[in-house]
Design a protein around this ligand. Sequence first.
Ligand SMILES: [Zn+2]
Length: 300
Amino acid sequence: MKARLPAALLALTVAAGCSPGAAPSGFADDGRLRVVTAFYPLQFLSERIGGDAVTVSQLTKPGAEPHDVELSPRQVGDISDAGLVVYLRGFQPAVDDAVRLEARDRAFDAGSAVELLPYDDQDEAAAGGTDPHVWLDPVRYASIAGQVEQRLAAADPAHAADYTARAAAVRAELAALNTEYAQRLRTCARHEIVTSHEAFHYLADRYGLTEVGITGISPEAEPSPGRLAQVADQARTTGTTTIFFETLVSPKVADTLAREIGARAAVLDPIEGLTVPGSDYFSVMRDNLAALTLALGCAR
Ligand SMILES: [Zn+2]
């Protein structure tokens, strides 16, 4: 609670300085709803659906790995000033804590909109954890879009019709993306994706693929030599041609494994944050589909 004092004082100072009185709580001075999002895919949905009726901030810096984000006092202040916080419970403990303390009644847990799956990783699954990487399934992501629309409309009823229209457009785009994935991945010679970060369980589940994770769920974990040998065996057996690594962490482990089995290493982006300027969720999903098509020997 101490952390939000400076932000609150600042807000008072600003409010005192401008004449017609403060904007209603949860709204910026220009009348736009303040939306705080936990990481990129939630930011993307909030911006697309919120449009010019909202001002969207993000708690994970671009290019940073979101799993273990830490919040500054200012960001905690942003959460307590928000009209809506869009986050995914269980993914970022620091965000969960701040939401519980500062925005319990104004927070939308994206995981509540969909059926979450247990982790592929046995240790995590045994601990009862659910896999957060749900945005990589366009169908589940569209369900989340529908709930973001509802929550925006509830927080800001004056713009409800705009939110509904923009959400419909996003959902139509996601439906088209799902069709592309389903058609392309139906034709593949292989169905195993070997990745350095187990982020693709939902995608695999949707399109009939099998995810083989090298390191388990933490993107920065180092696999044991035993685990590496096991994955190498499995990759050889299935004729794997490509070891995937993600963009926000080092490709070292994927490179090592690829060299060992004579495969190549390639990017499969979990879209936890954008790494390429000018890209967005849809462009990265299509890059991923192209990479999968090549790696799995699907018809092009
Ligand atoms: Zn992840």
